[in-house]
Design a protein around this ligand. Structure first.
Ligand SMILES: Cc1cc2nc3c(=O)[nH]c(=O)nc-3n(C[C@H](O)[C@H](O)[C@H](O)COP(=O)(O)O)c2cc1C
Length: 209
């Protein structure tokens, strides 16, 4: 029964403005390191929401790079999400780390990463993921048999060779202009802090749970 799962969030010490790092990327990295420690496999799982004709849609993608310029994930540039991003570059990312009772919401605009960055990352992927990137016309109708045939044909085509990055596959970086750090607290009195840009810096505000 979903209803029976009434959690009282008690793992965390209180979060105060003066415990927060002034730059939200640093604050993110700080919490991310905690999340990795708590659950190394899933910490980089994030929900990506995009909008098409005023209608939002969400899906999970994996955070693959993080630097001061933004949050990078890799995908198919012809997928539904890519079509939505081409039409509307505004997007949001959502992380939820249940083990540490924290949520981070990030909003901003998406841009494609450079072809060099996509090439470099593609090279690090396992061979079957590289074949998958060629084989799968992501978001299009397909039968299982056709997908498997495509994989078999590509395995034959590239046998003994390095697999090049498909031109329709690469990264997007979210350039963030709003962050919210949420920490579960006892009695539903959760801590929430929002970072927004202010005079070349970041303003931090506490908001109600
Ligand atoms: C744990 C998990 C990780 C995923 N990581 C990615 C990813 O990094 N990139 C990606 O394109 N899809 C990833 N997916 C699949 C997406 O959720 C989604 O099905 C796919 O990108 C197609 O979305 P679209 O049709 O809205 O474009 C992942 C799914 C799960 C459940």
């Amino acid at each position: 029964m979903l209803n029976a799962e009434r959690l009282d969030y008690q793992k965390n010490e209180g979060l105060e403005l003066n415990n927060l790092i002034a730059h939200p990327f640093e604050q993110f990295k700080h919490w991310f390191a905690f999340a990795v420690h708590a659950d190394a496999f899933h910490a980089n799982v994030m929900a990506l929401s995009t909008v098409h004709n005023n209608r939002p849609s969400s899906r999970i993608v994996l955070l693959k790079e993080l630097d001061d310029s933004g949050f990078t994930f890799y995908t198919n540039y012809q997928s539904h999400k890519a079509q939505e991003i081409a039409e509307n570059k505004y997007a949001s990312l959502l992380f939820f780390w249940k083990e540490i009772e924290r949520q981070i919401r990030i909003e901003g605009v998406l841009e494609k990463v450079s072809e060099e960055s996509s090439n470099e990352y593609f090279k690090t992927r396992p061979r079957e993921s590289q074949i998958g990137a060629w084989a799968s016309p992501q978001s299009e109708d397909i039968s299982r048999a056709e997908l498997e045939q495509r994989v078999a044909a590509l395995n034959e085509k590239y046998a003994g060779q390095e697999i090049p990055r498909p031109p329709h596959w690469g990264g997007y970086r979210l350039i963030a202009d709003k962050f919210e750090f949420w920490q579960g607290r006892a009695g539903r009195l959760h801590d929430r802090f929002v970072y927004t840009p202010h005079n070349q810096n970041w303003e931090i505000r506490r908001i109600a749970p």
